[in-house]
Design a protein around this ligand. Structure first.
Ligand code: MG
Length: 160
């Protein structure tokens, strides 16, 4: 069996007039993240981890930020396409782990919904999809609540 691991990272800044969508879950917040797509920073980091594991480039390779086809894109749809790209090459995800660095909002009440949302698209058990939340202890731009950053890891496998 082939086994590969990949990592992903993304950051989006907050802006007015945007919805806050994390791992496909829309949170009831006044401000959201700014981006060409729906700015789902969690899903973007997961996509990069999966593409990285499979050696298939990164999210910008497959979904260029300047491409009008992806304006306002639902990132869960991009995740679905990413899974298909891996599946075509025989890869399937074993587990996903993420760390969300957000000063606010408090994410604990939303963690299970975020895990379930990613797991549903990826066809995985919720137990195999982890979302963890941290703050930046008030330090720097993340600590000032100006942005949310996410780190992700993906383990994938295929029969050799
Ligand atoms: Mg992004």
């Amino acid at each position: 069996m082939d086994i590969r691991v990949g990592t992903g990272y993304d950051l989006h800044r907050f802006g007015e007039g945007r919805r806050l969508i994390l791992a496909g879950v829309q949170l009831d917040e006044e401000r959201g993240l700014v981006g060409h797509s729906d700015a789902d920073v969690v899903t973007h980091a997961v996509i990069d981890a999966m593409l990285g594991a499979a050696g298939l480039g990164d999210i910008g390779t497959h979904f260029p930020p300047g491409d009008p086809r992806f304006a306002g894109a639902n990132s869960m749809e991009l995740l679905r396409v990413t899974l298909a790209l891996l599946s075509e090459r025989g890869w399937r995800p074993v587990n996903i782990d993420t760390t969300v660095i957000a000063e606010r909002p408090r994410l604990a009440p939303h963690i299970l919904a975020m895990r379930a949302s990613l797991a549903a698209v990826l066809g995985m058990d919720v137990e195999s999809v982890s979302v963890k939340a941290k703050t930046s202890e008030g330090l720097g731009a993340l600590g000032a609540g100006e942005a949310i950053a996410v780190m992700a890891a993906a383990l994938i496998t295929r029969d050799s």
